[in-house]
Design a protein around this ligand. Structure first.
Ligand SMILES: C[S@@+](CC[C@H](N)C(=O)[O-])C[C@H]1O[C@@H](n2cnc3c(N)ncnc32)[C@H](O)[C@@H]1O
Length: 265
């Protein structure tokens, strides 16, 4: 049904994914192929390379091209209190439950992008649970977004769900940009981590991993759910994105605690 040309194109992409894995340690085959291939083909064509193999050779010899490529691999859009109703559930139900027996919390914001998520956590805890001692690990595969996260400077768009009094209290506005209060940084450690390859932390009370699992294949997602379950303490909670419900959480020793929240059995 498909001609030789189509076969060659498929091989070209598969060959490319193998080389990228060797060079960068990123396994593109664990990301949904149609989406990823479409994004990368657009980029490759924009730069005028007729095949992925030729594009790969160019990536090896041109730092700027390589940076552009790694930027495109990762979709970094984020915002404070993304899907605010879910953050209300976190504040009103989940955090009080986690803090019931212990005033300390170990939190992991996995795939944290430019930092809006871990800062939302730090801000919510400071505002509503000031006595709690928290440690927030904030990780992402992309070093560039992590350095932006450490700077903590945001546009109006990233703050659109954040109530005005909180903007005033926790940000300094310079021109059109908002800089986060340094006091919110002290409980957060930013670190590079690949969800598909690196070791996971342990003894975590709350894992927040939102809007990244949608890019992965079912096989990759299942491995991640199992790793998250292993990383959580008993009764710890996993908070996922608003299109990322887990269909059979029990197989990972997780129970539904609320919509998009799963508790370790
Ligand atoms: C759309 S952002 C989500 C940011 C935030 N969690 C939120 O919901 O607003 C997706 C993030 O996943 C990161 N990412 C993609 N693949 C990853 C991987 N294999 N391991 C860790 N992070 C990854 C990207 O770099 C990007 O910053």
């Amino acid at each position: 049904m498909f001609g030789r040309g189509a076969e060659l194109m498929i091989d070209d992409y598969i060959e490319f994914t193998k080389k990228v894995k060797q060079k960068l340690g990123i396994d593109l085959q664990l990301y949904k192929e149609t989406q990823m291939k479409r994004r990368l083909t657009t980029l490759r064509n924009k730069r005028g390379f007729p095949s992925f193999i030729i594009y790969f050779d160019a990536l090896c010899n041109d730092e700027m091209l390589l940076k552009e490529f790694t930027d495109r691999l990762t979709i970094n859009v984020s915002e404070f209190y993304r899907n605010p109703r879910r953050w209300d559930v976190l504040k009103d139900r989940i955090l009080p439950m986690l803090l019931q027996n212990n005033g300390r919390l170990s939190i992991w914001s996995a795939a944290c992008s430019t930092g809006e998520e871990p800062y939302s956590l730090a801000l919510m805890i400071k505002e509503h649970f000031p006595a709690a001692a928290v440690q927030i690990l904030a990780t992402d595969i992309d070093e560039l977004v992590l350095s932006k996260a450490q700077q903590g400077v945001y546009t109006e768009q990233a703050l659109k769900e954040l109530p005005n009094p909180l903007r005033k209290k926790y940000f300094t506005k310079t021109g059109s940009l908002y800089k986060i209060d340094d006091a919110l940084k002290k409980d957060i450690t930013f670190k590079k981590h690949n969800l598909l390859a690196d070791r996971y932390p342990v003894h975590v009370d709350l894992i927040v991993c939102r809007n990244v699992l949608i890019y992965f294949t079912d096989k990759a997602k299942e491995a991640i759910y199992q790793n998250f379950s292993n990383a959580l303490k008993t009764n710890g909670v996993l908070f996922v994105g608003s299109t990322e419900q887990i269909f059979n959480p029990n197989q990972f020793a997780l129970n539904l605690a609320d919509t998009f929240f799963y508790q370790k059995q």
